[in-house]
Write a protein of this length. Structure first.
Length: 136
C-alpha cells in the first residue's frame, strides 16, 4: 500500500467511526428510554404521553390502504409514461421496471389491507364484552 492510499484511508476511517459513535449513542439512549417505559408500564405507571395510545381507536391497517393506492397509482402512471419509450426502443424495455415495481408493491399492500380487514372483523366478534365476563 503506498503512502497516498494510506493517507486517504485515515480520514475515511475517522469520519466512519465518528458517525458510528453518534448513531450508536442515539440508539443506546433510545433503547434505555424504551426499557424504562416498559418497566413503568409493568407497574401501571404509564406516562401521560403514552396514555393516549391506549385510548385511541385502532385504524385497522388504514395505512396499507393509503400507501397501496398511492404506490399503485404512481406505478401505473410511470408505466403509462414509460411505455412509449419501451416500445420504440427494445433496449430500453427494462426501464418499465421503474413503474412495475411500485405498481406491484401497491397492489400487494391493497391485498394485505383487504385480507386483514376481513380477519379483523372475525376477531372483533370473538372478543367477549365486560358484562359477559362479570356474569351480570
Amino acid at each position: 500500500m503506498d503512502d497516498l492510499a494510506a493517507f486517504s484511508l485515515v480520514p475515511c476511517a475517522g469520519f466512519s467511526i465518528f458517525f458510528v459513535l453518534i448513531f450508536g449513542t442515539i440508539v443506546l439512549l433510545r433503547w434505555f428510554q424504551h426499557k424504562e417505559v416498559l418497566a413503568m408500564a409493568e407497574k401501571g405507571l404509564l406516562p401521560d404521553q403514552y396514555a393516549k395510545y391506549l385510548k385511541a381507536p385502532r385504524k385497522r391497517g388504514l395505512g396499507f390502504l393509503v400507501w397501496g393506492i398511492v404506490l399503485a397509482g404512481l406505478g401505473l402512471a410511470l408505466v403509462a409514461g414509460l411505455l412509449p419509450v419501451a416500445i420504440t426502443n427494445v433496449y430500453m424495455s427494462p426501464v418499465l421496471l421503474l413503474g412495475l415495481i411500485p405498481l406491484f408493491i401497491g397492489l400487494g399492500l391493497l391485498i394485505v389491507y383487504f385480507v386483514t380487514r376481513k380477519e379483523g372483523k372475525a376477531e372483533d366478534a370473538e372478543v367477549p364484552t365486560e358484562t359477559e365476563i362479570s356474569g351480570d
